[in-house]
Design a protein around this ligand. Structure first.
Ligand SMILES: Cc1cc2nc3c(=O)[nH]c(=O)nc-3n(C[C@H](O)[C@H](O)[C@H](O)COP(=O)(O)OP(=O)(O)OC[C@H]3O[C@@H](n4cnc5c(N)ncnc54)[C@H](O)[C@@H]3O)c2cc1C
Ligand code: SF4
Length: 572
C-alpha cells in the first residue's frame, strides 16, 4: 500500500533527462514484497523490473542518489567520491588494489564508473570443467541466458560492430563508434600480426541519440560517470523507470544485517541511516546485490544461532572462489600524437585468444582491449611500469599525448583460497570490514605471461618506440557462487540461496567462473532473468519452500521505455 510521498529533488540525469516524479515511500512498519540491498548494476535492473511488475520494492543503497548535474564533475580527481573507498583489508601473494578499481558507492553502483565494454560470455564459459578440466561448470548454459543478453543489449543499449565473430557470433543494436587513437593502434598492431579485431564497441555508449539521451561527444570522462548521459548506467537506464513505477530507494542506508525469523525465513534487513541510527525494513523476501565483496561480508555479519558461519553458508563456500581478471596494461610510446583521452576508453578489442589452446600450455585465455587512462591514472601506471618519479615522471607525463595503452583481460580460475572473510577491524558504521585474500596459481601465471607478451608484440607491431607494462587486476566476481549442489555452492541458478527460501543473491558474486569478457552485461542479464523468475514464482517464494527450477518466460513488457519490442535488426 502506498502510504505517502516524499518530495525528492527532481533528479537530473544528464542535460536532457530528469526524473520529474516524486518517489513513493514505505513506512518501516509496513512489510514490502522485496528489500533489495545495493542499487548498482544488478540491483538497479532488478528494482526496475519488480516495480514495473507491481511489486512493492525498497532498495537500500549505502551511497548517495546522484544528481548528475549537481554532483558530478568532468574532472579525474573530483570523481573520487563515486567509488567504494571504505576500509577493506587486502592480502595474499598478489594483493588486490581495493577502492577506485572496484565497486561504486551510490545509486548505479559500479555501472556509474565502468568503461561499459559489453561483450557476452562465450558458450564455453558455462562448462569449462567439462571442456578443459578446470574450474567448475555453471548450473545453466549460455543458451539459457542468451534471450536476456539480447534484451539488455537493447535496454542499455549497446553500440558495436554488425558482426562480432567470437563465441556465439552476433550483431549489436546501435552502430559502432568511430575509432579513437588507441583503437587505431590496437587495430593496426593486431592486423599486422594477423589477429582479428572489432572496432567501435561492443560498448554501452550511445553512438546515436536514444529516447531522451544524447549520443556520445567523445570527451573521455566515462570512468568519471559521464555527465552527458551517453554512457549507460543503471542510474539512467533503469532507476528512473523504477521510481516511476513505485520503487523506493533509500540513499545513504547501509545494510548491517539480514534478519532471520523463527520460521527459518528472512523477515527483513537492519540498516544504518546517515546519522548512524538503526532501522529495520520488513520484507517478504530479501535480495542482496551488494557486489562480490560486500554481499559475502553482509552474510558473514548476519551470522546468528544456527548459522554461526554466516547466513546461507551451510556449504562453507560463502566467501570462497573469489575471482578477479588479469588486467595488465601495456603502454607504448609513439612519435605520432595518440591523445588517448579523446574517445571512450572502451572502443576496440580482440577475443582471438579467448578459448583454450593446448599448444599454449595453460587452460582458458584472454581478450585484448583498449584502455584510456586519464593523466592521474596514467601517472600511477607509469610509476609502477617505468619506476619513474620526480623529474623522470614529469618527463613521461609531458609525453602523455604520445602514449597508447592496451589491456590484457585474462581469465583467472576460481580457487578456494581466493576469498572474502571478516577482519577484526571495524569501519565507520561499527561493522567488521572485509579481508580479501588473492593468490595467483600456476595456470593464472602462465596465462598472464603469455597475454602480456602478446600485447607487447601488438604494440611493437603498431610501431611503438618504447613499450612498458603494469601488472594489475580488474572486475571482482564470485564468492557466493551458484551451483546445483547445495554442498558446494551458495545459490541455485536463479540466485535463490540453498539454505533460505526467501533470501536471494543477485550480483557478480554468484558467477561460478568469469571468462575473459567484462562481466557487467552478464551480471545485468542474470538480474533480468532472476526478476522474470521472481515475477513468475512470486507466490511460491513468499509462502512456501517449494523450489521450481523451470526457466521463466522472458518478459519483454518489463523493459524500460524506448527499448521495448525493438528488435535487433543486426542480430544473428
Ligand atoms: C574502473 C572500472 C571499470 C570497469 N569497466 C567495466 C567494463 O567496461 N565492462 C564491464 O562489464 N564491467 C566493468 N567494470 C566492472 C563492473 O562495474 C562491475 O562488475 C559491476 O558493476 C558489478 O555489479 P554488481 O551489481 O555486482 O555490484 P555494483 O554495481 O558495485 O553494485 C553494488 C551496490 O551495492 C551497494 N552496497 C554494497 N553493500 C551495501 C550495503 N551493505 N548496504 C547498502 N548498499 C550496499 C554499493 O554501494 C553499490 O552501489 C568496471 C569496474 C571498474 C572499477
Ligand atoms: S566519451 Fe562519451 S560516454 Fe564517455 S564520458 Fe564522454 S560523452 Fe560520455
Amino acid at each position: 500500500m502506498l502510504t505517502g510521498k516524499r518530495d525528492v529533488r527532481p533528479h537530473r540525469l544528464g542535460p536532457m533527462q530528469a526524473i520529474d516524479a516524486s518517489m513513493r515511500t514505505y513506512q518501516e512498519s509496513e512489510t514490502v514484497d522485496y528489500c533489495i540491498v545495493g542499487v548498482g548494476s544488478a540491483g538497479g535492473v532488478l528494482l526496475q523490473r519488480l516495480a514495473r511488475a507491481g511489486s512493492r520494492v525498497v532498495g537500500l543503497e549505502a551511497g548517495p542518489f546522484w544528481d548528475t548535474e549537481r554532483d558530478w564533475v568532468s574532472d579525474e580527481k573530483g570523481a573520487h567520491e563515486l567509488y567504494w573507498n571504505d576500509l577493506r583489508i587486502t592480502g595474499g601473494t598478489h594483493p588486490l588494489a581495493l577502492g577506485a578499481n572496484n565497486s561504486g558507492k551510490g545509486v548505479g553502483g559500479g555501472s556509474v564508473h565502468w568503461a561499459a565494454f559489453t561483450p557476452r560470455f562465450h558458450p564455453s564459459d558455462f562448462h569449462i570443467y567439462s571442456e578443459d578440466g578446470v574450474g567448475v561448470d555453471w548450473p545453466m548454459s549460455y543458451w539459457d541466458l542468451k534471450p536476456w543478453y539480447e534484451l539488455l543489449e537493447r535496454e542499455m543499449p549497446v553500440a558495436g560492430p554488425a558482426w562480432f565473430p567470437w563465441g556465439d557470433a552476433h550483431g549489436h543494436p546501435y552502430g559502432p563508434h568511430p575509432l579513437g587513437g588507441v583503437g587505431d593502434i590496437l587495430v593496426r598492431g593486431c592486423t599486422k600480426l594477423g589477429i582479428r579485431t572489432v572496432a567501435g564497441g561492443p560498448v554501452a555508449i550511445l553512438s546515436a541519440s536514444h529516447g531522451n539521451r544524447p549520443h556520445c561527444i567523445y570527451r573521455g570522462f566515462c570512468l568519471q560517470g559521464c555527465k552527458v548521459g551517453a554512457k549507460a548506467s543503471t542510474l539512467i537506464t533503469h532507476v528512473p523507470d523504477a521510481i516511476l513505477h513505485g520503487a523506493e530507494i533509500r540513499e545513504l542506508a547501509m545494510a548491517s544485517r539480514v534478519s532471520l525469523g523463527r520460521n527459518g525465513r528472512v523477515d527483513g534487513v537492519v540498516y544504518l541511516d546517515r546519522e548512524g541510527r538503526e532501522h529495520f525494513q520488513r520484507a517478504r523476501a530479501v535480495i542482496l546485490c551488494g557486489y562480490a565483496i560486500e554481499t559475502p561480508r553482509l552474510l558473514f555479519n548476519s551470522a546468528c544461532p544456527g548459522h554461526d558461519r554466516g547466513l546461507a553458508n551451510s556449504s562453507g563456500t560463502l566467501g570462497k572462489y573469489l575471482m578477479a581478471q588479469a588486467g595488465n596494461v601495456i603502454a607504448g610510446r609513439f612519435d605520432e600524437l595518440i591523445r588517448l583521452y579523446k574517445a571512450p576508453p572502451a572502443h576496440a578489442m580482440s577475443e582471438e585468444f579467448y578459448e583454450t589452446d593446448p599448444r599454449r600450455g595453460f587452460a582458458r585465455g584472454f581478450a585484448i582491449q583498449t584502455v584510456g587512462p586519464l593523466p592521474i591514472a596514467f601517472a600511477k601506471q607509469m610509476v609502477t611500469a617505468m619506476r619513474v618519479w620526480g623529474w623522470g615522471l614529469r618527463r613521461v607525463m609531458m609525453d602523455y599525448n604520445h602514449w597508447a595503452t592496451i589491456g590484457v583481460l585474462g581469465e583467472i580460475l576460481p580457487w578456494e583460497d581466493n576469498c572474502v572473510e571478516l577482519a577484526d577491524e571495524k569501519d565507520q558504521y561499527g561493522l567488521r570490514v572485509p579481508k580479501v585474500t588473492f593468490n595467483l596459481h600456476e595456470n593464472d601465471q602462465k596465462l598472464i605471461e603469455f597475454g602480456k607478451k602478446k600485447v607487447m608484440e601488438v604494440m611493437w607491431a603498431a610501431g611503438a618506440k618504447q613499450v612498458v607494462q603494469e601488472s594489475r587486476f580488474a572486475h571482482l566476481v564470485g564468492a557466493a557462487r551458484m551451483g546445483s549442489n547445495p554442498a558446494s555452492s551458495v545459490v541455485d541458478k536463479f540466485g535463490r540461496t540453498h539454505d533460505i527460501p526467501n533470501l536471494f543473491i543477485c550480483d557478480g558474486s554468484i558467477l561460478p567462473t568469469q571468462g575473459s569478457a567484462n562481466p557487467g552485461l552478464t551480471i545485468q542479464a542474470l538480474a533480468a532473468r532472476t526478476a522474470d523468475y521472481l515475477v513468475k514464482q512470486r507466490e511460491f517464494i513468499f509462502s512456501t519452500e517449494r523450489r521450481c527450477l523451470e526457466e521463466p518466460p522472458i518478459r519483454y513488457d518489463l523493459s524500460p521505455p524506448f527499448t521495448r519490442f525493438k528488435g535487433n535488426p543486426r542480430s544473428a
